[in-house]
Design a binder for this molecule. Structure first.
Ligand code: PEP
Length: 253
């Protein structure tokens, strides 16, 4: 059965001390996730080791990197390999966030290579996809997202693709306060699952968690997560506030 997941994306926010206080605050307040639930904190690279220590021994709680490089090792100054992440005990990597695609020019092909190296090293990707506003206005979002999935994931085997968590994040809803309606989220998630089923069969598609991202907050989490094909959320702004993120975790099915 697929997991229900609340994933925090801190982006490039917080000092180490603020991050530690946030993590302590959330972990101190939230009830232990159920066996079918997971909580993931995608923190900035310099905080990975300390965050990993803080969650030691907590069931169903994980730390993620927000990115990685597509090469194993070598002369790539400033980059971080998946093996380095693994040596810290990190099990998850966020890939293809729209901010990386837009500001750092990350292409579908580059992301496919990153997906490969993450899986080959034994970690799991949270693979982000989602359309910009003009695509939504033209009502071609299914083609757009379908193409993103095809280009970066469909070379994977059925066994590999089940290790991927997909985060659907309409770009027009990220950090804008403008959330997709729960019906819009469900519609896209059902489309993604149907596409996965076409490619890999219904059983595989039903095992893949599909998270919604885009201005999720305590006030809307329950309604969005309550949709049948929405398996939790990838949360930016609201994950930086203890009570907001605790409520979001507690809204998981
Ligand atoms: C995100 O960072 O992936 C995100 C969805 O941000 P926000 O929740 O702030 O819209």
């Amino acid at each position: 059965m697929r997991k229900q997941i609340a994933a925090a994306n801190w982006k490039m926010n917080l000092t180490l001390q603020q991050g530690e206080a946030l993590l302590d605050g959330i972990l101190g307040k939230v009830s232990a996730p159920g066996s079918n639930q997971q909580v993931i904190f995608a923190v900035p690279f310099p905080y990975l080791a300390s965050a990993q220590q803080k969650i030691a021994g907590k069931q169903q709680v994980f730390i993620a990197a927000q990115n990685c490089y597509n090469k194993k090792a070598g002369a790539y100054t400033g980059e971080t390999s998946v093996e380095m992440l693994q040596s810290l005990g990190i099990q998850w990597v966020v890939l293809g966030h729209s901010e990386r695609r837009e500001y750092f020019g990350e292409s579908d092909q580059f992301l496919a290579e990153k997906v490969n190296i993450v899986l080959e090293t034994g970690l799991q990707p949270i693979f982000c996809c989602g359309e910009p506003l003009q695509i939504r206005e033209q009502n071609t979002q299914n083609d757009y997202v379908g193409a993103q999935l095809k280009a970066s994931l469909y070379h994977l085997s059925a066994e590999q693709v089940q290790k991927v968590v997909i985060a659907y994040e309409p770009i027009w809803a990220i950090g804008t306060g403008k959330t997709a309606t729960s019906a819009q989220a469900q519609e896209m998630h059902a489309f993604i699952r149907a596409e996965l089923a076409k490619q890999y069969g219904a059983e595989v598609a039903n095992n893949i968690s599909i998270l919604y991202g885009g201005s999720v907050k305590a006030a809307n989490a329950q309604e969005i997560f309550g949709q049948p094909d929405v398996d939790g959320g990838l949360v930016g702004g609201a994950s930086l506030v203890v009570d907001e993120f605790v409520a979001i975790i507690e809204a998981l099915k």
